[in-house]
Design a protein around this ligand. Sequence first.
Ligand code: URP
Ligand code: ZN
Ligand code: ZN
Length: 460
Amino acid sequence: MSLLIRGGEIVTGSERYHADIFCGDERITRIDRAIEPPPGAEVIDASGKYVFPGFIDPHVHIYLPFMGAFAKDTYETASKAALVGGTTTMIEMVCPSRDMSAMEGFRLWCGHAEGQSACDYTFHMGVTRFDAQTPGELREIVANGITSFKVFLAYKGAFGVDDLELYRTLKLAKELGVIVTAHCENETLVAERQQELLAAGLTGPEQHHESRPPRVEAEGVHHLMTFAELTGARVYIVHLSCEEALREALAARARGVDVSIETLIQYLVLDKSDAERPDFAGAKFVMSPPLRDRRNQPVLWNGLHGGDIQTIATDHAPFDASGQKEMGRHDFTKIPNGIPSLEERVKLLFSHGVKAGKLDLQTFVNVASSNAAKLFGLFPRKGAIQVGADADLVVYDPNYRGTISAQTQMMNVDYSAFEGWPYEGRPEIVTVRGEVAARNGKFTGTIGRGQMLKRQPAPF
Ligand code: URP
Ligand code: ZN
Ligand code: ZN
């Protein structure tokens, strides 16, 4: 099947121009003015629209047993939500429990994805323990095309690694040419502060922030930076939320640490006051690191605009408000962490970034697509519009106006953190390797067509 996207304005991370795009055999085969479609080709009129490379969410959770609950999405529901929202590639975190070997974890996560996804995907391999058999298994996983690891400096007793495990993971990653993504919060401080708050009778969702204030995150970043500097590993800080943590990362970068930074759409548009909503409604807004004081938002927008921050993800972790978040009604430490946003990331970023004048179009494409592709070994197959790239394209109507609601979302979760929010602009047509997988906000793709993307290590 071939596809011609005609008359749109192509916007990539480095270029902006008007041309037609012809796609055949799942790839972009020609970019030119006034291409004539061969018989049988599907023709999409993109005049007055932007054509972006498919967006990449570099940090999602789909299969996630966590804090006594299972995240609600499956690859079927998550990939549909991703696609209607313009995301054509997802990178999921493999998060084995500490009693599982790396290989057992990898197989389990692959099993949940295989044959179930409508969009392409890959994994960051979570290293949640490091024992004698771990290096051999991780080498095998890397040989299977997974060239990024994930470590948690938080979540004591669950996914968190100790300092020796962290050091050994980073050394191995450096040797293998693998980037290490890291959740940075000081877990000892979190655990102790949680106990102090509970002992003082402070149990509501708003206390989540008090248990992990900005300094706790900044200390986690500082910690990772020390280990990265000593091992020479390439690292990527996931979900950075605040100025204090950003300063630690930038100071390390200035002294030569190879560190990239991700923030989340949630930190750019929601804030600490959301987790303070009355009658336990704040539980819907509990995630880690917590939503921060609003003063951090301009710092993060400027960090994106100026190139200090490389990517915007969602850390999509969908837990229902009823039945799941509810488990922490009398103890905030039991509220499953996460704010589902996979479907809304691109729309929110376009509305609150591009339309609001905080991000230019090129930066928008870079932080939501191309930079992740480059950092995680997917570029130029993904994140680019050029001959030979996968035909993952988003025809974007910049003038569409809509309203977000849980009633109409594809994500399998019972609330939206953005309920009733208006937005401007939306993905009108979304293609996955040349197939139209979403049209005007409706899923039109094929479950099972999504492929696991194998990547090559990049020695440094
Ligand atoms: O609150 C969050 N971030 N939930 C998902 C798990 C994680 O830390 O990435
Ligand atoms: Zn995390
Ligand atoms: Zn996460």
